[in-house]
Design a protein around this ligand. Structure first.
Ligand SMILES: Nc1ncnc2c1ncn2[C@@H]1O[C@H](COP(=O)(O)OP(=O)(O)OP(=O)(O)O)[C@@H](O)[C@H]1O
Length: 509
C-alpha cells in the first residue's frame, strides 16, 4: 500500500458519496397558490430537493413559467384569477412534458381527475404533509429528468453538452444497438429492450422516446417489479371508486394518463398473469377497463418495455403468457453485458472520470494508472455499467493522489485475478451462509470500499432465505415457491442465479 495514503488516512472509512440523483445541479419547482402559508410551507419542505419559486396568482405563475426552466409545477386547483384546469391547459400548451401536481382540498376533486386524464402527473390533498409531498415532487422531478435530459448517442468522444447524457459505445455490439435505435425509434411499434441490470436499458428507452415522433408528448415510466400485483394493475389501468378496500375515489391509470405519449414498462417480466392479460389487450386493441369498472376505454400509447428476466424460460414454465411475449418481442433491442464488450471500458472510464472530477472538484486528477486501467479491462463487471460508474465515482472521491493506482480500487476488482476470472462468476464470499454472516459481510464490504453493498447484501439474504425454505421442504421446489410467495419460475431463476446447490447447500440426496 502507498505510504502517503496510509499516513494521510490511517483508518480509512468509506466517505459517503454525495447524491447526484439529478443531472442538473438542482432542479427547480414552481408553486402556484394564493395561500401564503402554503407557499411558505412548500418552499421550506422542498428546499432540500429543489430551488423553489412561488406565485400567488395564475397570471404570475404562468409568467414565471414562461420566463424560467422548471422541472415540476405544484398547482392549486382553485386560484383567485383562474380555474386550475384552465391553468393546467396553458402549462400543457407551453410544454406538455412538465409534470404538474395539483393540490386539492377534497381527496380527489373531479377537476384533478380530469386533469390526470389530460396527462397531469398527480394530485395531493390539503392539508399537506411534508414527507408525502417531498416524495411526490421527487418522483415528478425524476420523471421530468428521464423524459427531458437529452441522451446523445456517441461512438466517439463528443461532449454531450452542458446538461445532456452521453450513451457511450464503440464495440461492434453497441454500434448495432445504436443502429437499431436509429432504425426503430420513428416506427410506432412496441419495443422490448433486453439485458442484464445496469447495461443501459433505461438509456435506450429514453433515446427511443427522444428520437421518436412522440418526443413532444408525455413520457411516463413504471417499474413493474416495484409494486405488488394489485397495486400495479391499478397504477397501470386506474380504478373506480370502491373497486377495492381503500379505493375511496376514482384513480386514473398510466395508460389513460399517457394517451398520445410513450409508456416505459420497466421489468415487464415481473407481472402477474392478470396484469399480463390486460397489457396484452392494450397492445392488441388499445382497449382496457379501469379496475372495478365496466366502461371500455381506449388509449393511444406507445409501449417501450424492458426486462432482464428469461421470458422464454418463463413461458416454458407457465409463468408468462406466450402471446404477450410474442407481441412484445416483435422488435427487440438486446444490450450485451459489459463483460462481453470490454473494449467499451476505456471510453466509459474516461467519460465517468470526467463527470466525477467535475462533480467532486478534482481538476488535477490525471486518471487511472496503466495497472489500474488493466484491472478495469480484466474485470467481469457483474453490475455492468452502473457498477463501473459507481466504482469510478468512489475512486475519484476517495483518492488523494494525482493518479488512481490498484491500491485505490475496491477489493472485488483487484481480487478478481486471484479468485475468479470466470465470466459472470461472482467473487467468492468468505462468509458462511447462515443468517449470522450478514453483519460480517456488510462490515467486510465497507472495509473493502465496495460500491455494490446493497446488491451483495440483498443477494446474501435472498440466498439464505431460499436455501432455508428449500431445506424445510426437503428440496421440493413447488412447495418452496408457495411458502416463499413467489412463482416456481422465479424460484428456479434464483436457484440458478445464486448457484444454490440442492446437494451441498440444501443437503438433499
Ligand atoms: N453505454 C453507456 N454510456 C453511458 N452511461 C451508461 C451506459 N450504459 C449505462 N449507463 C449508465 O449506467 C447506469 C445504469 O443504466 P440504466 O439505468 O439504463 O440500466 P438498466 O439496464 O435500465 O438497469 P436496471 O435493469 O437495473 O434498471 C445509468 O447511470 C446510465 O446512465
Amino acid at each position: 500500500m502507498d505510504d502517503r495514503v496510509a499516513t494521510l488516512n490511517p483508518n480509512p472509512q468509506p466517505t459517503p458519496i454525495p447524491k447526484s440523483k439529478w443531472s442538473k445541479p438542482m432542479p427547480s419547482v414552481l408553486v402556484i397558490d394564493d395561500d401564503r402559508a402554503i407557499l411558505a410551507l412548500t418552499e421550506k419542505a422542498l428546499s432540500t430537493i429543489a430551488d423553489v419559486e412561488t406565485a400567488a396568482t395564475a397570471k404570475e405563475g404562468l409568467e414565471k413559467l414562461r420566463a424560467g426552466a422548471f422541472d415540476t409545477v405544484l398547482l392549486d386547483i382553485q386560484l383567485p384569477d383562474q380555474n386550475g384546469l384552465a391553468v393546467y391547459c396553458e402549462i400543457r400548451e407551453y410544454d406538455r412534458r412538465i409534470p404538474v401536481v395539483f393540490m386539492t382540498v377534497e381527496a380527489a376533486s373531479s377537476t384533478a381527475i380530469e386533469a390526470m386524464q389530460l396527462g397531469a402527473f398527480d394530485y395531493i390533498g390539503k392539508p399537506l404533509s411534508v414527507e408525502p409531498l417531498r416524495d411526490l415532487i421527487e418522483k415528478a422531478i425524476e420523471q421530468r429528468q428521464i423524459s427531458s435530459v437529452p441522451v446523445a448517442i456517441s461512438a466517439d468522444d463528443k461532449s454531450p453538452g452542458e446538461s445532456g447524457e452521453l450513451f457511450i459505445g464503440r464495440s461492434p455490439a453497441m454500434l448495432s444497438v445504436f443502429k437499431a435505435i436509429g432504425k426503430v425509434s420513428k416506427q410506432d411499434v412496441p419495443i422490448l429492450i433486453r439485458g442484464e441490470s445496469g447495461t443501459g436499458k433505461e438509456l435506450v428507452a429514453r433515446a427511443l422516446y427522444q428520437y421518436s415522433h412522440r418526443s413532444d408528448e408525455i413520457f411516463l415510466a413504471v417499474n413493474c417489479a416495484a409494486l405488488p400485483d394489485n397495486l400495479l394493475e391499478s397504477e397501470l389501468f386506474g380504478h373506480e371508486k370502491g373497486a377495492f378496500t381503500g379505493a375511496e375515489s376514482r384513480r386514473i391509470g398510466k395508460f389513460e394518463q399517457c394517451n398520445g405519449g410513450t409508456l416505459f414498462l420497466d421489468e415487464i417480466g415481473d407481472m402477474a398473469p392478470s396484469v399480463q392479460a390486460k397489457v396484452l389487450r392494450v397492445l392488441q386493441e388499445q382497449r382496457f377497463e379501469r379496475v372495478g369498472g365496466n366502461k371500455e376505454l381506449t388509449t393511444d400509447v406507445r409501449i417501450i418495455a424492458a426486462t432482464n428476466r428469461p421470458l422464454e424460460q418463463m413461458v416454458a414454465d407457465g409463468d408468462y403468457r406466450e402471446d404477450l411475449l410474442y407481441r412484445l418481442n416483435g422488435v427487440t433491442i438486446e444490450l450485451p453485458p459489459l463483460r462481453e464488450r470490454l473494449s467499451d471500458v476505456p471510453a466509459l472510464v474516461q467519460f465517468f472520470m470526467a463527470q466525477a472530477k467535475k462533480e467532486f472538484n478534482k481538476p488535477d486528477l490525471e486518471g487511472l494508472s496503466p495497472e489500474a486501467a488493466e484491472l478495469f479491462e480484466g474485470y467481469h463487471w457483474p453490475g455492468n455499467v452502473r457498477q463501473l460508474r459507481a466504482v469510478i465515482r468512489r475512486c475519484v472521491l476517495d483518492t488523494v493522489m494525482p493518479v488512481i493506482t490498484p491500491d485505490g480500487l475496491p477489493k472485488e476488482i483487484t481480487r478478481i485475478k486471484a479468485v475468479d476470472n470466470a465470466p459472470g462468476g461472482a467473487p467468492a464470499s468468505p462468509e458462511t451462509l447462515d443468517g449470522a454472516g450478514l453483519p460480517q459481510l456488510v462490515k467486510r464490504l465497507l472495509a473493502e470500499k465496495s460500491t455494490d453493498v446493497y446488491a451483495e447484501a440483498t443477494q446474501y439474504m435472498e440466498k439464505y432465505v431460499i436455501t432455508e425454505v428449500l431445506k424445510s421442504t426437503g428440496g421440493n421446489q413447488s412447495q418452496a415457491a408457495e411458502i416463499l410467495g413467489i412463482t416456481r419460475g422465479k424460484l428456479r431463476d434464483r436457484i440458478t442465479t445464486f448457484d444454490i446447490s440442492l446437494t451441498s447447500n440444501v443437503q438433499i440426496g
